[in-house]
Ligand binder design. Structure first.
Ligand SMILES: Cc1cc2nc3c(=O)[nH]c(=O)nc-3n(C[C@H](O)[C@H](O)[C@H](O)COP(=O)(O)O)c2cc1C
Length: 218
């Protein structure tokens, strides 16, 4: 049995990366698969992933850390890969239709009735968030953060160091990557690679609230 709790215990937020160490391509493929295969409510997949692996690509992402977020710039520039997790800015009917079409192509709907039932369910939840609760953007972004969790734990199981990063100027990154024109906004970054000798966080113990505070067993 894999001791997944051991991975959770040993993973930590890397604070400095060795720019000379790159993630091997097969591991990058696994990380990309974790993002793509991440679950989402009603399989809505309201995300897009920009992966920066070149110096030029990482420099473009790091532009969004000027000023107050400058402390995050070296992590982005020295990591092997930086995933920009983006979320749709609008939940469109065209996107919902693409999900159904993909499910049909993947063989999930043996007949027209199954497809129609699924269509009703998908549009039902989409309309709940678009028109009744009016929280579609926030609902979609919650899904993107599920992919963040998958990436962080997955990286740990692959012995790849990672840094989740919310400390950046979203609007600046959106402009730099022309995300709104493609229907997306940036939500969160993940720098991935291998820590350097000056990563102070390797020596610090992990700190979490006690189990009895966090759990109620009934
Ligand atoms: C959504 C999110 C955003 C974060 N943003 C940053 C960040 O901008 N820079 C940084 O150095 N760490 C960032 N962190 C790391 C957290 O501070 C860290 O996960 C937390 O202190 C727990 O420590 P651990 O990850 O080492 O277990 C972020 C973490 C999460 C989950």
């Amino acid at each position: 049995m894999i001791d997944i709790a051991a991975c959770a215990r040993t993973r930590y937020t890397a604070k400095a990366y060795d720019p000379a160490r790159k993630i091997a391509p097969p591991l990058v493929e696994q990380l990309r698969a974790l993002a793509r295969l991440s679950p989402s409510s009603v399989n809505s997949q309201p995300w897009h992933f920009v992966v920066a692996s070149t110096d030029e690509g990482k420099a473009r992402v790091a532009k969004a850390t000027q000023g107050a977020y400058a402390y995050n710039a070296p992590k982005i520039l020295n990591a092997s890969h930086v995933f920009v997790l983006c979320t749709r800015h609008t939940l469109t009917d065209a996107h919902l239709a693409a999900i159904i079409a993909q499910e049909v192509a993947d063989g999930r709907h043996p007949d027209a009735q199954s497809e129609q039932t699924r269509r009703d369910s998908l549009w039902g939840y989409a309309d709940l968030h678009r028109y009744t609760r009016r929280d579609a953007q926030s609902w979609m972004e919650k899904q993107t953060y599920i992919a963040l969790g998958a990436l962080l734990l997955g990286a740990a199981t692959l012995a790849v160091d990672a840094t989740p990063i919310e400390g950046f100027d979203n609007a600046a990154l959106d402009r730099e990557l022309k995300l709104p024109e493609q229907g997306f906004v940036s939500s969160v970054l993940v720098a991935l690679g291998y820590h350097s000798a000056d990563d102070f966080n390797t020596a610090l113990p992990k700190s979490r609230l006690p189990e009895q505070t966090l759990f109620t067993d009934i």
